[in-house]
Each structure stands twice: as structure tokens, then as C-alpha cells.
Design a binder for this molecule. Sequence first.
Ligand SMILES: C[S@@+](CC[C@H](N)C(=O)[O-])C[C@H]1O[C@@H](n2cnc3c(N)ncnc32)[C@H](O)[C@@H]1O
Length: 178
Amino acid sequence: MEKIIPFAHKLLEEVVTRNDITVDLTAGKGNDTLFLARISKYVFCFDIQEKAIEYSKELTKDYNNIKFICDNHENLLKYVNTKIKGAIFNLGYLPGENKDITTKAESTLNAIKSVLAILDHGGRCVIVVYPGHKEGYKEALALDDYLSKLPQQQFEVIKYKFINQINNPPYILAIERI
Ligand SMILES: C[S@@+](CC[C@H](N)C(=O)[O-])C[C@H]1O[C@@H](n2cnc3c(N)ncnc32)[C@H](O)[C@@H]1O
């Protein structure tokens, strides 16, 4: 079966074309930014840490279709005022760095609401959720609560999860605007 990150990318690849704008809300080490730079016309890439922006710039140095923004992703609409076809959140903290600098339920929900405000018809927002640490668990509950109430006439929402794995493994939530 498809693993979590490949499946997250596949969900985006199915709808994003070379004419589309995309957003990476959590740059981290830049792997998702690199993926989006390859499949879309232009990528807006956010991270709250300068260090993550530097990692991501280095990984994507062969691409000139990325705008890097070092700010909280809940400020998305300050920087992006165009329709987008794809967005990805890879939640949690920067691997190998300070685990206290992690995504949090409230700002993640604010950022998702902003993404949905500019998500085009047929566009998808993919969220990789890590419920295995304390903050991630709170975030997972808040996301389930909010996303399960999105109106089904406007959005399809799925969860992709390996339900027989131990230690609260990561899983995917994905939203498509109909
Ligand atoms: C798991 S990492 C992302 C992995 C990354 N997408 C990759 O491909 O390597 C999560 C990132 O989210 C960032 N982050 C945490 N809170 C944030 C916020 N409120 N706004 C923007 N970025 C945030 C962290 O600094 C960290 O780099």
C-alpha cells in the first residue's frame, strides 16, 4: 500500500498542473516544496523558522519558481491573494531540531481556513498529521472536529490511516473543494 508521504504527493499530483499555483505551509527541510516546484507553475513556501527556509532554499536551488516566506502560516492571506490548486501541511516540528517549535492546533486551523478561502474548485489541501506527540495529539483532535463539519456540498474530506500500526502513526487528512 502507498506510504504516507507518497500518497500525500499523489493526491496533489492528480489535480495540480504546470499552470497552477501551490502552497507549502510547512517548509521544514524542503522535500514537499521541491515536489511542488516540480509539478506546479509557482510555489509559495512558508515556515516560521529561518533555519527551515535555509534548508528548503538549498534543496530547491535549481528552481526559480518558489517564493520563500519566513512567517507563521496563519498569515497566508497577507502574501497570497490568488487562487491555488494545491496546498500541503506536513505538521509537527523540524526533524532533528527544537521540538518545542511545532505546529499548534489554533494556528493550524487558522491557516487551513485561509487555504480554503483561496482553494480553487477541484483543488486539494493535504495535511500530514502526527498524533504521536502531545501537541500533535491535540492538533489531531481539533482537525477531526473542524474538518468533519465542513459542508459536504462544498468539500470532500478523507482520512488515510494505517489503523493496525502501533504508537499513533502519522496519517493524512485531505480536503477537495468540489
Ligand atoms: C515536519 S516539518 C515539515 C517537513 C517538510 N514539509 C519537509 O518536506 O521536509 C514541520 C515544519 O513546520 C514549521 N512550523 C511550525 N509551526 C509553524 C507555523 N505556525 N507556521 C509556519 N511553519 C510552522 C516548523 O518550523 C517545521 O519546519
